[in-house]
Every structure is written in C-alpha cells, then in structure tokens.
Design a protein around this ligand. Sequence first.
Ligand code: HEM
Length: 402
Amino acid sequence: MARHRIAAFRDCEAALRNRDLKQALYDAGKVVMEGVLLTLHGEEHSARRAVEVRVFRRNFFHYYERVVFPRTLAETLAPYLAAGGGDLLQIGYRLTVNLTADFAGIDRPTRSAEETERLIAITKKLGEGATLVHSTRDHAEVSAEVAAVQAELRDRFFLPSLARRRALLADRDAGRIADADLPRDVLMTLLAGNDELSLSEDQLLREIAFYLQAGAHSTANAVVHALWEMLEWTGDDKSRWARLDDPVFIQHCVHESLRLHPASPEAWRTATFPVKVAGIGDVAGQDRVELDLYLANCDRTIFGETADRFEPDREVPGTVLRSGLAFGIGLHTCLGRELDGGVVARPGADPSEAQLGIVTLILVELLRHGARIIPDDPPQRDAGTFRPNWGRFPVRFTAKGA
Ligand code: HEM
C-alpha cells in the first residue's frame, strides 16, 4: 500500500468529492468510530445520512439559535461571570456538550454540575479514542479508558434516553401525541427511521456517542481559536475594537479563524479501486491519499498572498467558502456546519435577520463581557495530541455589568 499526499486546495476539494475514495482517518480509532456515519461508505452512508438530516426539519436552526441556545449560553456563563473569569476550554466544553447532547438525543435528567462534568469527561475520552491516530499516548491504554466511558455512557445516559424515546414513539403510533411533539434529535430521528436502517442498540449507541464528541471538540476548539485570533488582530487598535460590536463582522472573523484552524488538520482516504486523483495521477486500489487540509486552507492561489494570516475582510472566490475546507466538502460534509457556522451574512447585513451560528453567538457574548487573555497566566497548547489545540486558555471578563 502506497501513501500519497496532496495539499493544493482544488486537489483536496476534488478528493473529498471523489466517491471512489473512502474515509480512512479513523481506522486507528475503531473503538469509537467503527460503523458511524463518518466512517461509512457508499449506499450505507447515503441511507444513514438521509435519515439523520431529518433532524434539521421544521425551522430547526431558527428554533435552536433563538430559543434553545440563548438559555444554555446564559446559564453556562453565569458562574464564570460571577467569578470574573475561567478557562475558556472548560467554558467551551460546558456549552458544547449541552449542545451536542441535545442534538444527539442524550437526556440529562438532573442537569446538575456533576452530570455535566461526567458528560464532559466521557466526551473528551471518546474524542481521544476517535482521534487515536494523532495521540501521543500509549494507544492500548487509551482504548481501555475509552471502553470504560462507553459503558458509563450506555448505562447512565443512553439506555434511559432510548427508553424515553421508544415510549414517545409508541405514544405517537397510538395517536396520543403528534409527530411535532417528538424531540428534535438524532436518536429520536434514527428510532423513527429505523425501519429503513435496522440499527441494533449497539450501533445506535455508537452513533450517538460519535455525535456527542464530534460536535463538542470541534466547537469548543473553534471558540478558543477564534477568540485568540480576534484578540491578536485587534491589539491596541481602537477602530478594530469598534468593529467587534458588529455580530456579522464577528461571524466573518469566526469563519476566517476556522479556515486557519481546521478541526482536523488532515483527512485521509483510501482508494476503493484503481483511480485517478488530481495532484497525484494514478492511485492503486488500497493506496492511501492524505489531504493536508491545513495547507489547503492556506493555498495562496485561492486565498491570496496573505493566505496564512488572519484577515477577516479577505475576499474569497465565489466558489469557495470563507472557512475553506474546515467543514469538509462532498460526501462527508459536516452535518453541523450550519448549526455552528450559520449562513455567512454579507457585510453590513442586519444581525437580527442573520443566521449567525452557535460559534458566533458564543463569541458575541464573550466579547460583550470583555473576555481577555490574562498576561501572567497565558494560554498553553495541548501536549496530548499532535493536533494544534489549546490545553488551557484562562480568560478574565473585564466588562462589568455587561
Ligand atoms: C466548528 C465546528 C465543526 C467543525 C470545524 C467540523 C468539521 C467537520 C469536518 C471537517 C467533517 C468531515 C470530515 C471528513 O470529511 O473526513 C465533519 C463531519 C461531520 N460533522 Fe462536523 N464539525 C463541526 C461541528 C459539528 C457539529 C456541532 C456537529 C453536530 C451537531 C457535527 C457533526 C458532523 C457529522 C455528523 C459529520 C459526518 C458527516 C458524514 O460523514 O456524512 N459537526 N465535521
């Protein structure tokens, strides 16, 4: 088996759209990722994805951004505001674990701090298992820890959430409640569509565990990277600070930061049979194609001479997203893209009309409360992974009574 590597934006884009290339990044992370949407291929993938996108029915984004999330945001930030600051990664995880648990269909009956902390610990460990390929730790040790949290997730959270949804489905089938009364989440959607998919309880658990961690890490990291980039960019420039009063501009900053810090700096695919791949040529069956998404997102032929810098006002070609390939493209395009990223609004658009996305909503709130880095307690990188993530990110809230 040969390995090939591509890094040009258009080559990576074409490879992500190529149906003869199959997901391969998570082979080492099988303990978490086997048989979940992101690792399925062909018919099986399309059938599962077609059911899961049904979560987004009936005005989902509007409902989530305007009704569900503002409450979660206010509740989660309150203790940190009262304390004057906290670790932004911890804040990010508290926010996003609530987001992904809601989205995945994991009930949190007590809503206590202990319950949230356990879910965060489970989610972090599942993420470590999924991205084992990039882990600097002993792989067997990580796999054993992952198996333990999978069991905890099943017994404490998943089985009760499953039982509640099965009962609701029975109520719906008996005409006691309407379709619209069912929760809008992946587990509910999968149960309702399980005649088409026939997933076992074990497969349902894996899928839900995947959603829980996939959305949480990427969202928490996106928040931290964006704040870092925005604070670096503004520096002492008052005119730049003034621009951060505009949520639409903040959304542009978020997408520019996503481009520079893709959640996964690379994607891997294997050829299902001999195939031609742009940027490589002939690729034999079973060969691996590695896509350097970090470099692709800094491709000067697409993003200009300053491609590796944070420039939220940058012009991008009409066929390219501001976030580049940060949410993937093609078969496995991120299902959470619109939820997290919103729909990029034009400069000057009315923010109250825009679909800003969860990451921007979080940034707007952090900036409103004057979130700043603490000079004598600076952020530190995460040493447990080759991924360029932050391990600690202490912030102080400087705007009193905002
Ligand atoms: C800033 C936040 C996020 C980023 C940067 C991100 C990035 C990505 C990327 C790059 C992929 C494709 C991977 C590949 O092609 O190998 C992906 C897939 C996926 N993402 Fe996200 N993601 C984010 C948030 C979320 C959220 C919040 C959810 C769920 C609520 C989510 C659910 C998914 C799912 C289900 C897939 C698999 C789609 C498929 O295989 O068909 N993501 N994401």
